[in-house]
Design a protein around this ligand. Sequence first.
Ligand SMILES: NC(=O)c1ccc[n+]([C@@H]2O[C@H](COP(=O)([O-])OP(=O)(O)OC[C@H]3O[C@@H](n4cnc5c(N)ncnc54)[C@H](OP(=O)(O)O)[C@@H]3O)[C@@H](O)[C@H]2O)c1
Length: 289
Amino acid sequence: MEKRILVTGATGTVGNETVKALSAMGAHVRAGLRSVVKGENLKRLPGVEVVEIDFSRPATLTAAFTGIDTSFLITPFDEHQVEMAKQLIDAAQKAGVRHVVRLSASGAEAEPGIQLGRWHREAEQYLEAAHLHYTHLRPTSFMQNFVNQHAQSIQEENAFYLPLGNGRVTYIDVRDIAAVAASILLHPEGHDGMAYTLTGAEALSGDEVASALSQATGRAISYVDVPEEAARNAMQQHQLPAWMIDSLLELNGICKANYASGTTDTVQEITGRPPHTFADFAETYKACF
Ligand SMILES: NC(=O)c1ccc[n+]([C@@H]2O[C@H](COP(=O)([O-])OP(=O)(O)OC[C@H]3O[C@@H](n4cnc5c(N)ncnc54)[C@H](OP(=O)(O)O)[C@@H]3O)[C@@H](O)[C@H]2O)c1
């Protein structure tokens, strides 16, 4: 029988690509979204139905998980993300979902690690203790962060600013996370109890990222390494909350120290094709810059 799949956070960066990937693979997928208006583009895809999910309204969770076989649980970067994840896991278990894939982050298993990783590990442990089959996906930093966070300064100043020094990062294209998730959601056999660190194939410095963006756009784009205090001040000026500033600076600190520069072969092993390179990403998204 055809699997019924639910993706939460379906209007987000990873959720959107995952729903598209599942639809392209001919799956029947329920896209869980907070704003039905934002989900208009998803509604038009073959095999996709949309359902409202608001983590602050538990009744929406009960309805969304009813009749679901496998589910991809995505929660936002939020100081309440652990409670959100626990609520989703409880709702999935109650509804009898067979297998849950959960979006975590690389380094979640590190001890003592960083705040972001500790939040994800707490949610992972809650899932491990639940009566569900599960798979943790632990991606590195997304290439699409350059679209979501840096497109404006690249468009206006031909530069992006980050406190990364000469640290190298193995960015991953969100389309590869989506392809891995879709494959496991459709064929979960063999993935129960697994934790997969998902990376791109190459660790890049800020200058190498700038060079790939320059190549794709035909303009000279620069990476500007900023001191941590300057990065903190800029985020404060943009009125980011203190918890977010602290956790982003902590994350940038480990990237600067090269702790985010490892690679795995998992994308290739699960999808049968190599991950997108940063050059591929830059070419596809060049209109955003
Ligand atoms: N960015 C990175 O480099 C990176 C790397 C590794 C791991 N991660 C992890 O990836 C996850 C975030 O994924 P993403 O970037 O795809 O997320 P995202 O683009 O920020 O989207 C978050 C999704 O959650 C939904 N949402 C937020 N609050 C909600 C609520 N109260 N009720 C229902 N839905 C709600 C949003 O809906 P609306 O559209 O309505 O707001 C949206 O669909 C985080 O756990 C983060 O730690 C990120």
